[in-house]
Design a protein around this ligand. Structure first.
Ligand code: ZN
Length: 130
């Protein structure tokens, strides 16, 4: 199964939990055993797995990335979003999760997140289940 999912982010930087959307597609696929790849088709956003319980984990992550690639700094790429490209490159644009018994094999504290680094924008995410 190959699906494109659109997410409209609301803020310049934002963490969006997309786990339920992906789980719904896994159910629809009826696949008993396989893999699910989640891929964002942009260079200023990321897909990661992280803790789902305490939102302060996401806040700390954004703060860490801001220390590594601050918004206000002289970059060679000068269209104003160099820091967004760097943050996206550091975290990556896809994750792969095993499927067993038609369920994502996520750990108890793991959820799937889209991270926006240059929003608000319309973001296209590919979910491939096979
Ligand atoms: Zn750019």
């Amino acid at each position: 199964m190959f699906k494109e999912v659109t997410i409209n982010t609301k803020n310049n930087e934002e963490i969006v939990d997309i786990t339920e959307k992906v789980e719904r597609l896994v159910k629809e696929s009826n696949l008993n055993e396989g893999i699910c790849t989640i891929f964002v088709k942009h260079t200023t956003a990321s897909i990661i797995i992280n803790e789902n319980w305490d939102p302060s984990v996401g806040k700390d992550l954004l703060e860490l990335l801001e220390e590594i690639a601050p918004k206000h700094k002289a970059y060679s790429h000068n269209d104003g979003n160099a820091h967004s490209h760097l943050k996206s490159a550091i975290l990556g644009t896809s994750v792969t999760i095993p499927i067993l018994n038609n369920e994502l094999q996520l750990g108890r504290w793991q959820d799937i997140f889209l991270i926006e680094f240059d929003g608000p924008k319309e973001r296209k995410i590919i979910v491939q289940i096979k």
